[in-house]
Design a protein around this ligand. Sequence first.
Ligand code: SAM
Length: 286
Amino acid sequence: MTKSLDAGWFTEVFDGHGSAFSLKVTGKLLDVHSPYQHLEVYATETYGNLMVLDGCVMLTDRDNFLYHEMMAHPALFTHADPKRVVIIGGGDCGTLREVLKHSGVEHVTQIDIDEEVTKAAKRFFPALTAANDDPRAELLFADGVEWVDGADDASVDLMIIDSTDPVGPAEGLFKTDFLKRCHRILKDGGLLVQQSESPLYHTGTIIRELRDDMIEAGFSSVATLPFPQPVYPSGWWSATLAGKGCDVTRFREADAAKADLALDYYTAEAHRGALALPPFMRRLLD
Ligand code: SAM
């Protein structure tokens, strides 16, 4: 991905896909080179604040609810009784906030490699970090791969891999070896969800490979849930779930329907709809 700033427009060019996404910016709020990545925050005319890592759009105030709700609630309503949750990445804390809306969750450990991302989220996206002081939340700053290596066998109910794209620091998070290590620390009946890029651009490549790798790592079922995400490549994104002895194509639909979690996108119906893969995806994944 490459980035340009031209006459007040931020543009992310999706290399290899002949497309780009632009937002009209009104100012630059932050420009930091951390040991891991280049972090920028802009004010935009119509999307609120915008966070960019290494030239790639991470989130905006206006539409991040789509991604964060779909990274958290389908997995939480698929697990029978999620109590111990681990988030790898997720430094903006939006996914963490969604997880903490579930009163049955007893503990969430979030491990992001880069503390600068969380510092920037606190300053420029305070709504996302509003739940950080919840006593059930533990924020660590370390490499997710190393943290997983040090974790006990069968100690986690749900793992959420809320990472950047599979280049740079997040490359190791998309490998079979990492998925095997995640499988080891999940309890039986546990599950993992990973952001899995664009259904339109990546079904036959990244999504397909990730699903194959999940099965190779020992997971017994997989499901890819597409959802809209206007600011990401193609405007359409996905989360892929993998179950350790649980069927991720089914969920606690009655619980999801009666939950009152103050959400803006996720519903039991949206979950069911996302499980109904479009024919072009089924063809590419079969
Ligand atoms: N919603 C975003 C997307 O899909 O583009 C992802 C958001 S979140 C900000 C991604 C986070 O993953 C970043 O804060 C980055 O620091 C973190 N990350 C990347 N590689 C990591 C690793 N190896 N261990 C832990 N966190 C990592």
